[in-house]
Design a protein around this ligand. Structure first.
Ligand code: HEC
Ligand code: HEC
Length: 406
């Protein structure tokens, strides 16, 4: 009998593999972890140090003084944009250091350009500033101009022969320097020949003087400010302002006794009733040419608003209405060439003295006109009689030298 297990049991004790060899191969395949224990590679350290050095040098060289205005091109060096007189260089200057004229151009671009256009030529019912008599001609006055810009104006106004009837807004909310600048600018831009500057002090003085002016100026009010009136901050010219309100109405008031004297019953004349009755007559006799607005038609029929022929001499106005006008006639600076017919002959309605008086009282108290002194039927009768022999229409010469009442 053999013992088969005997030899096998022995094998367990005769190991041939060395334990350390087995461990070595395991070690080879799974290296020990080395996290958090390795130094930064040298090349990376050098790169970082280099970048830091470069950044430091860059900021040192190009910091711009760490100024907040460094990227605002104008403010960082205004001299480059608007050279200061005498070559002064003022880095980081304020806008107020901009010369007044250049500053005014900016204000114009912000505030006025929408209506008056960059060209200053206006359009769409807005008058031009280029060659305008108001900006740079017969109607210009230092004080008048500042008043106009501060408070605005309402039509009708004639600029370069064209009538405008709109509203120019008021600008008294702008700073003194803005007003001074924009006026100085429009006086010199586009070939306008205005010289010198309007100063901040002048604007300040005007703001004070015209403080009580409510609403936009009427043209007559502006015209009542003399063109040679100066602005210096003194209150000497203060008396102008209230008077300015009704210059047109003042003139006929002085006329009133003259007209009323030879006309008994004028004292109790009912002006309001006459004006109301005159409206119907106007619709039938004047409206076709002078228009419902009394503004006429530019280039053809003159306005009846704020004209000297309507508001000054009562006798002359009656005479015009009866006989008409021939040849050229200048009305508020604008020349008209069409003729106004002899209405006495054209409209039977106007053979009645009362109708003539009524229509004229209506005209003289509408379209911005205001005249307390009435035109009476008696006056119309007298004028009609005085010129009864006359058939011809009046000429401009005759009207300008109209004879006083006999
Ligand atoms: C909303 C439109 C509008 C704006 C904005 C405006 N205007 Fe006017 N302006 C007018 C109108 C309309 C008239 C004419 C008013 C009238 O018909 O009575 C006028 C009239 C004038 C006049 C007098 C008439 C002439 O042509 O000479 C002057 C000067 C003037 N404007 C200057 C200015 C200035 C300066 C500014 C900017 C601060 C300005 N305007 C901004 C509409 C405007
Ligand atoms: C057929 C057209 C026509 C009719 C109708 C007419 N007018 Fe005229 N009117 C004119 C013309 C044109 C002129 C300018 C005359 C000229 O250029 O010589 C004028 C000028 C005037 C003037 C002087 C200028 C001015 O504008 O102040 C007065 C005042 C006037 N008319 C008042 C009247 C009254 C009042 C009536 C109605 C009772 C009337 N007119 C009817 C065409 C007319």
């Amino acid at each position: 009998m053999s013992q088969p297990n005997e030899g096998q049991d022995r094998l367990d004790y005769q190991e041939t593999a060395d334990i350390t060899e087995v461990h070595a191969s395991i070690l080879r395949e799974h290296a020990e972890p080395v996290a958090n224990s390795m130094p930064i590679p040298t090349w990376l350290g050098v790169l970082c140090a280099g970048a830091l050095c470069w950044a430091g040098v860059y900021v040192g060289l190009f910091n711009g003084g760490f100024s907040s205005k460094i990227y605002n091109e104008y403010e960082s060096s205004p001299a480059a944009f608007f050279p200061l007189p005498g070559g002064q260089q003022k880095g980081g200057g304020e806008v107020a250091e901009m010369p007044l004229l250049a500053f005014g151009e900016k204000v114009y671009g912000n505030r006025c350009v929408a209506c008056h256009q960059a060209s200053g030529l206006g359009g769409n019912g807005v008058p031009p500033l280029v060659g305008s008599e108001w900006v740079d001609g017969s109607e210009y006055g230092e004080k008048r101009m500042v008043a106009l810009i501060l408070k605005g104006m309402q039509g009708p106004v004639t600029v370069k022969g064209v009538s405008y009837n709109a509203l120019m807004p008021n600008w008294d909310g702008l700073k003194d320097r803005e007003i001074a600048g924009v006026i100085t600018y429009i006086r010199q831009a586009w070939g306008n020949k205005g010289t010198g500057e309007i100063t901040e002090a002048q604007v300040k003085a005007a703001k004070k003087e015209f403080m009580s002016q409510a609403g936009a100026w009427k043209v007559e009010q502006l015209k009542a400010i003399p063109t040679d009136a100066k602005l210096d901050g003194g209150g000497a010219a203060k008396a102008d302002a209230p008077k300015a309100a009704a210059p047109v109405a003042d003139v006929p008031k002085a006329d009133a006794p003259k007209a009323a004297e030879p006309t008994p019953g004028a004292g109790s004349f009912d002006l309001a009733a006459s004006i109301a009755a005159g409206k119907t007559v106007y619709m039938q006799t004047c409206l076709a040419c002078h228009q419902p607005t009394g503004m006429g038609i530019p280039g053809a029929f003159p306005p009846l608003a704020a004209t000297e022929f309507v508001n000054v001499d009562q006798r002359r106005l009656v005479a015009i209405t009866l006989k008409g006008i021939q040849g050229p006639l200048k009305v508020n600076g604008v020349a008209y060439a069409a003729a106004m017919p002899n209405l006495e002959l054209t409209y039977p309605l106007l053979k009645d003295d009362k109708n003539v008086a009524d229509v004229l009282n209506y005209v003289r108290n509408n379209f911005t006109n205001k005249n307390d002194a009435p035109i009476t039927p008696d006056l119309v009768g007298k004028v009609r009689k005085e010129f009864a022999e006359r058939a011809a229409q009046w000429t401009e010469q005759e009207l300008l030298n109209f004879p006083p009442a006999k």
